[in-house]
Design a protein around this ligand. Structure first.
Ligand SMILES: NC(=O)c1ccc[n+]([C@@H]2O[C@H](COP(=O)([O-])OP(=O)(O)OC[C@H]3O[C@@H](n4cnc5c(N)ncnc54)[C@H](OP(=O)(O)O)[C@@H]3O)[C@@H](O)[C@H]2O)c1
Length: 211
C-alpha cells in the first residue's frame, strides 16, 4: 500500500516510515523542511515536502492508498498552533483525503481526547482540539481508525497493548503505537473505530480484533 505519513520527521512518524517499509508497504513521508529529506530516505520512505495547514495539501495525498496523521504542534508552541495544526491541519488533511476518493485514514489522537475533562488542566485545550478533529473524521465516509494512546515513551516495542473505549491512565511506547496504526490498515474490524490504548498484555492483532 502507498501510505502517506503526516509528521514523518517526528518520533512516531519516523517509526511509521521504518515499519511500513519493513512490512512491504510504500511509505511517503510528509515533511516541512528540505533538510529532513535524507532521514526519510534513509528509513526507506519517499519524502514529500508539504505542510498540513496548507490549503493545497492535496498534492501530497494524491495517488495514496491510505493516509496517517502523526503530526502535532508539540508542547512548546501556543494555543494558536494547537488550533492550526492539531485541529485545523488534521481536518485539512482529512478533507484532502476525502476529495481524492481515498478511503483509509488512521489518526494518531490522544487518550482523553473524547473527554478533555479527564485530562490535566494544561492539556485540556489540546485535548479539545484533538477531539474536534476526531469528531470531523467520524462524520466522514472514510474507513477511519482513531488511535488514542496514553503518554508516549521511547521504550522498545513489546507488541502487547490494552485497548478500550476508555482505559486507565498509563503509558505506551511510540513503537507500539506505530505498530498498532499499521496493523489497523489491514484489519477491517478496526475500521470506523475509536479506541484508547496503553501498554498491556494482548498482542496488537488480537487487540484490534477485539474492538
Ligand atoms: N507526547 C505524548 O505523550 C502524546 C500522548 C498522546 C498522543 N500524542 C500525540 O502523538 C503525536 C506524535 O507524537 P510525537 O512525540 O511522535 O511527535 P513529534 O516528535 O513532536 O513530531 C510531530 C511532528 O509533526 C510535525 N509538524 C508540526 N506541524 C506540522 C505541520 N503544520 N505540517 C506538517 N507537519 C507538522 C513536526 O515537524 P518538524 O519536525 O518539522 O517540527 C514533527 O515532525 C503528538 O503530536 C500528539 O498529538 C502525544
Amino acid at each position: 500500500m502507498k501510505v502517506l505519513v503526516a509528521g514523518a520527521n517526528g518520533h512516531t512518524g519516523r517509526l511509521l516510515i521504518q515499519y511500513l517499509k519493513e512490512d512491504g508497504h510504500e511509505p511517503y513521508g510528509l515533511i516541512r523542511k528540505e533538510e529532513q529529506k535524507a532521514k526519510i530516505e534513509e528509513l526507506g520512505g519517499t519524502p514529500v515536502l508539504a505542510d498540513v495547514t496548507q490549503q493545497d495539501v492535496g498534492y501530497a495525498v494524491k495517488g495514496m492508498d491510505a493516509v496517517m496523521f502523526a503530526a502535532g504542534s508539540g508542547g512548546s508552541t501556543g494555543a494558536d498552533q494547537t488550533e492550526a495544526v492539531d485541529r485545523d491541519g488534521a481536518i485539512n488533511l482529512i478533507k484532502a483525503t476525502e476529495n481524492l476518493g481515498i478511503k483509509k485514514f488512521i489518526m494518531l489522537s490522544s487518550i482523553a481526547a473524547g473527554d478533555p475533562e479527564r485530562g490535566p488542566e494544561q492539556l485540556k485545550h489540546y485535548l479539545k482540539m484533538k477531539g474536534d478533529a476526531d469528531e470531523y473524521l467520524k462524520s466522514t465516509e472514510l474507513d477511519y481508525t482513531i488511535v488514542r494512546p496514553g503518554g508516549l515513551t521511547h521504550d522498545e516495542s513489546s507488541s502487547k497493548i490494552t485497548v478500550g473505549e476508555t482505559v486507565e491512565k498509563g503509558t505506551i511506547s511510540r513503537a507500539d503505537v506505530a505498530k498498532t496504526m499499521i496493523a489497523a490498515l489491514q484489519e477491517p474490524n478496526a475500521y470506523h473505530k475509536t479506541f484508547e490504548m496503553i501498554s498491556g498484555d494482548t498482542q496488537i492483532e488480537e487487540a484490534l480484533k477485539s474492538l
